[in-house]
Design a protein around this ligand. Structure first.
Ligand SMILES: [Zn+2]
Length: 785
């Protein structure tokens, strides 16, 4: 225990169990609705604040009812209206210059102003958004410069703590820790070359000192500082002497007079090398699902250790016997061991008991946020109960649920297993690309710089209405299909008019690029209420992949075939790849991901064959999540890239030489995984590039990438229409880095979130620009520029 141990330490009871955070969206997406009402002007700030307060009040009551006591700080205060990194930026005064006038005279930033930072307004660009570790949650990237004036500026977190306290609950406020905050930040524009936000750690700590003091004054006994940045090698490797920085930072925070006790959480992996540097804090929360117990247990001595044995990111009931054993093993070395979740529960839906449409047997295998709280509470009782008699029934029940799952029909299906086992290396290999290229040129006869789109066209309100009417049973299947065919007709005709070279059907039949396939494959289930926050007010409902996967019938073939029947131009079939289907689902945890991916791949392989048989000569298999699933630990990356590339090849290698296989990846850190992209062996790869002004093509050229490449020339994340001149500029720079015969012309990503007016105009400019540069190339005009 540090000599600056907080006062009142012994007056407070110790927790028996805890969770690192709880979903913020509300069981019926109340937070989303409240924020969207504010944005639409349907609610004022006061009404929005009170709607959000109701979500928080419900959360503490719920956690308490599930077994976390009201007075020991085991209930986290982990709410965020939009994003916890944004909240932290605002709390420490890190508001970028361009938003300076949004900050109130008292230093506070209200919900409207926070929303502007998150979403932009007019010409005011929002904060950049990016993936939160290896999850599908996205956070807003702080912008830190040499002069960012850190101070404890906004006390929203303290007010939320006080609100719960007034309601009778002593909670544990959760804040992003200072080291992670800076590791995740980017250098603000206009700063000096080579400036790194982490160099501002000392200055930032002053703001955290203020924050801790304010929490103490409000009566907080514990504060949780989340430091997942310490588990990410790509973040920690950039900083020399990081362990010393961590040690210095926490010694300084520990010296704040009268402060609350500090729990440092390191979810999403292993922070072993930094645990020794945390000697000044009273508590450490370890992720024992992704990470492991420290090799040197002395770093835990005297501390409260939250053993994150209940998986905060997956939906299966845990093996509680095993969890209890691993907690017991740590008991000797730590001051006190408390069962917890491995991460915040923000990654799982609220409550499985609401899923009345799921088969009852499947429901019995699942654990959403509320069930996970009950699991940690049960484990807490199990640790406190040496002979186990009081918890035996609970542990037996969870063991029975797991056993039931492993033996259930559909979980293991011999036909699927036998088919995979019988595959030979040929199933993963196509002919040489050079051979395929000739066959495809003959078959497709495409011009230089062929133009295409990434697949989806705008999802209009008519499309959403028709889908809703069909699921309510107001529109019969036949009427719905007729509607979709009319939609495809329109989209095909539009593409003909625009003069695009490779057409798509527009994906009007898909609610979501993963859920759509999950609904039509065996081995998946979809939920009714299983929403999980993706970013801000956006949620997704990941399907549950519970059993062996197979394809009972063709999925996309009728739509692609119909589109092809309406045009003489080539139509590109459109599938979601195995890695992305896994990344955006909750996946069974009883076998290696690679095995599951190969089952999905086989189903897709059948779909590719059926598309070919229907006369479709180009098939795109989207893998936007390829980079997202890349493990945080470098040592794990090769194995991941191996199984992910293998699964993609299994899905696509059945295609004939003349069939052109495309893939689409929407991110621009192409350089990081370029070998894997090469390994996918797709004939054409489209990537995001508009925002980075084609910089990524330098990586492509440097790697000697020899296949087709479609750098996005139209940023679909913004309503802005790129002019033809602008696209000409991008294309000239593209053909300056990569040989022109390899270059395709397309937007960054699908168009489903855009409106028709801007899409039409943008695509018209894209086609015109392609024609201009094509003519320049054919006439031998210099294209430098
Ligand atoms: Zn995309």
């Amino acid at each position: 225990m540090s000599q600056n141990a907080p006062t009142g330490h012994t007056q407070h009871p110790e927790w028996n169990a805890t969770v690192l955070g709880y979903p913020r969206i509300g069981p019926d997406r109340e937070t989303k609705k409240a924020m969207e009402a504010l944005w639409a002007g349907r609610a004022d700030l006061a009404a929005t604040e009170s709607a959000l307060a109701a979500v928080r009040a419900r959360t503490v009551r719920r956690l308490n009812a599930l077994g976390l006591p009201a007075h020991d700080a085991s209930i986290p205060s982990s709410f965020s209206a939009y994003d916890q990194v944004l909240d932290t930026a605002v709390a420490v005064g890190a508001v970028p210059e361009r938003f300076a006038d949004l900050v109130g005279a008292d230093g506070r930033v209200d919900l409207g102003a926070c929303s502007t930072m998150a979403r932009g307004r007019g010409t005011l660009a929002p904060l950049e958004m990016t993936k939160w570790f290896d999850t599908n949650y996205h956070y807003l990237v702080p912008e830190i410069g040499p002069t960012t004036a850190f101070r404890f500026a906004d006390d929203r977190g303290v007010r939320e703590f006080s609100e719960a306290l007034a309601d009778g609950f002593l909670t544990r406020p959760v804040v992003v820790g200072p080291v992670t905050f800076l590791l995740l930040a980017k250098a603000a524009d206009g700063g000096p070359e080579g400036f790194a936000p982490i160099s501002r750690l000392e200055d930032l700590l002053a703001a955290y000192e203020g924050l801790l003091a304010a929490h103490a004054a409000a009566g907080a006994t514990w504060v949780q500082l989340d430091e997942p940045g310490l588990v990410s090698e790509s973040a920690t490797a950039r900083v020399d002497g990081l362990a010393d920085l961590v040690r210095g930072a926490y010694e300084r925070l520990a010296a704040v007079p009268g402060r609350p006790r500090l729990l440092v959480a390191t979810p999403y992996g292993d922070a072993q090398e930094f645990l020794g540097a945390l000697s000044a804090v009273e508590g450490i929360a370890l992720d024992l699902v992704e990470g492991s117990a420290p090799a040197d247990p002395s770093v835990l001595a005297g501390k409260t250790v939250v053993g994150g044995v209940v998986d905060g990111r997956n939906v299966w009931r845990g093996d509680l016997e095993e969890a209890r054993e691993s907690l017991r093993r740590m008991q000797g070395s730590a001051g006190r061991v408390v069962p917890g979740t491995s991460t915040s529960l923000l990654h799982v839906p609220h409550d499985v008991s609401r899923e009345s449409a799921l088969p009852e047997r499947l429901r019995g295998w699942l654990s959403f946020a509320d069930q996970k709280v009950a699991e940690v509470v049960l484990l807490g009782r199990a640790l406190a109960d040496p002979d186990g008699s009081g918890v035996a029934a609970g542990l037996a029940d969870s063991a029975a649920a797991r056993a039931d799952r492993l033996g259930a029909s559909g979980v293991v299906r011999p036909q699927v297993r036998d088919r995979l086992a019988a595959l030979t290396p040929d199933a993963f290999r196509r002919s040489d690309h050079a051979v395929r290229r000739v066959a495809q040129e003959t078959a497709l006869g495409l011009p230089l710089l062929p133009t295409t789109t990434i697949g989806s066209f705008p999802q209009t309100s008519e499309i959403r209405r028709a889908r809703a009417a069909r699921s309510r049973g107001e529109l019969a299947q036949e009427g719905y299909e007729e509607f979709l065919r009319a939609e495809i007709d329109r989209v095909v005709q539009l593409q003909e008019e625009l003069g695009l070279d490779v057409l798509v059907h527009g994906e009007p039949e898909r609610n979501d690029m993963v859920q759509y396939f999950a609904e039509q494959l065996d081995g998946f289930a979809v939920t009714e209420h299983g929403w999980v926050q993706s970013y801000g007010s956006r949620g997704v409902r990941p399907p549950i992949l519970w059993g062996d996967v197979s394809r009972p019938a063709p999925i996309t073939v009728p739509w692609s075939r119909y589109a092809a029947s309406r045009t003489a131009k080539p139509v590109k079939g459109m599938l979601t790849g195995p890695v992305t289907i896994l990344a955006w689902s909750f996946v069974r945890d009883d076998q290696p991901l690679g095995d599951t991916a190969n089952q999905v791949a086989l189903a897709l392989r059948d779909e590719v064959a059926d598309l070919e048989a229907a006369g479709i000569g180009i098939v795109q298999v989207d893998e936007p999540a390829l980079r997202e699933l890349l493990p945080l630990r470098t040592a794990d990356q090769a194995a991941y890239l191996d199984w992910s590339v293998t699964a993609f090849r299994l899905a696509t290698a059945g295609a004939a030489d003349a069939t052109q296989v495309h893939t689409h990846l929407c991110y621009s850190e192409f350089g990081e995984v370029i070998e894997a992209i090469d390994g996918l062996d797709a004939d054409v790869t489209s990537i995001e590039a508009a925002r980075s002004r084609m910089e990524v093509l330098e990586d492509v050229a440097r790697a000697g990438f020899a296949r087709g490449i479609g750098p996005g020339v139209y940023d679909i994340h913004s309503p802005r229409v790129p002019s033809a001149e602008e696209v000409v500029g991008l294309l000239r720079s593209a053909v300056g880095s990569v040989p022109a015969p390899q270059v395709w012309v397309n937007p960054d990503c699908g168009l489903k979130t855009r409106g028709y007016a801007e899409t039409t105009e943008s695509l018209r400019n894209l086609v015109e620009a392609a024609r201009t540069v094509r003519a320049e190339l054919l006439e031998g005009t210099p294209v430098a520029g």
